[in-house]
Design a protein around this ligand. Structure first.
Ligand code: C2E
Ligand code: CA
Ligand code: CA
Ligand code: CA
Length: 276
């Protein structure tokens, strides 16, 4: 027993060491990264599918990093590192620039959702930078949606709220992301000037059972009574889609419809009539 405990401890510390090192490696690679060259955004469609022919109403921009030393690194790995090391301002600025460039190539009927990090809303430099990028861009501000989580707002509610109001002034919308996960809670729903909620995939998975459906129906009713749009995230198969539709959902995002993809590929996937 002692030996196996020692073995487990050694294994744990080796794993821990590896984690630390890879965190450090991510940090080092990010610090020297040529963000403009190494970062891309992929686009994942958000569809309105009340009837049988789904229409793409917007796309979510998702960060993709290919590091020359580490290869592909996932955003849920490098975004927290960028936040921790003070690089998030530069990263957000780069990614938003690329997202706007992609949006310019899309038909006017399609909007773009951009993820703001927890630190973005409380950094005046970032907020003003986003505003001026929107002003410089040729796209209508009403085509831009910022997604934020509760963490973003919790850091400093008053500042976050002021930033949201500032960004909304030209006509940009806001969505509360990962709704229901504890990163986004009911507490903020009535206090924030937002337009939509995105229901986290963990709830969408729950559509398979009765208790999960009850919860989803309640969230949908809540969003309707507050006049908020409601997107079901992470829809992976036809049976989930059918069950969500039965509950009254009509806006979806997930692998069942499309994976995140490079902007050119997304553009090529659109029906010819939707071309610009
Ligand atoms: P998120 O904002 O909740 O984005 C949705 C994530 O779910 C994406 O992961 C997407 O690829 C994935 N997804 C979409 N449909 C499905 C599905 O049907 N099944 C499953 N299992 N997953 C699905 P991704 O691209 O790895 O991004 C992870 C997280 O990283 C995002 O979660 C977001 O919090 C953050 N992130 C991504 N891009 C950015 C960015 O440009 N800025 C900031 N601040 N955060 C970003
Ligand atoms: Ca999101
Ligand atoms: Ca989400
Ligand atoms: Ca998330």
């Amino acid at each position: 027993l002692k030996a196996s405990r020692r073995g487990a401890a050694a294994l744990y510390s080796a794993e821990h060491e590896l984690r630390l090192r890879s965190g450090h490696a991510v940090e080092a690679a990010l610090q020297t990264a040529d963000l403009a060259a190494e970062m891309e955004v992929h686009l994942q469609p958000i569809v309105q599918a009340a009837a049988d022919a789904p229409t793409v109403i917007s796309v979510e921009a998702l960060a993709r990093w290919t590091s020359p030393t580490l290869g592909r690194v996932r955003p849920d790995v490098f975004i927290p590192v960028a936040e921790r090391t003070g690089m998030i301002h530069r990263l957000t600025t780069t990614l938003f620039g690329k997202s706007l460039a992609a949006l310019e190539t899309l038909p006017d009927t399609i909007r773009l959702s951009f993820n703001l990090s927890a630190h973005d809303l409380t950094n005046p430099k970032t907020v003003l930078g986003l505003l001026s990028a929107i002003r410089r861009s040729s796209v209508a501000p009403s085509r831009i949606i910022f997604e934020l989580t509760e963490t973003a707002v919790m850091r400093d509610f008053a500042i976050a709220e002021a930033s949201i109001r500032l960004l909304r002034a030209p006509g940009v919308s806001f969505a509360l992301d990962d709704f229901g996960t504890g990163h986004s809670s009911l507490n903020y729903l009535h206090r924030l000037p937002i337009d939509a909620i995105k229901i986290d995939r963990s709830f969408v998975t729950g559509v398979a059972d009765e208790a999960g459906r009850t919860l989803l129906a309640a969230i949908l009713a809540l969003s309707r009574s507050m006049k908020l749009a409601c997107v079901a995230e992470g829809v992976e198969d036809a049976s989930q889609l059918a069950a969500l539709r039965d509950l009254g959902f009509d806006t979806f995002q997930g692998y069942h419809f499309a994976m995140p993809m490079p902007p050119a590929q997304f553009l090529a996937s659109l029906p010819a009539s939707a071309d610009k």
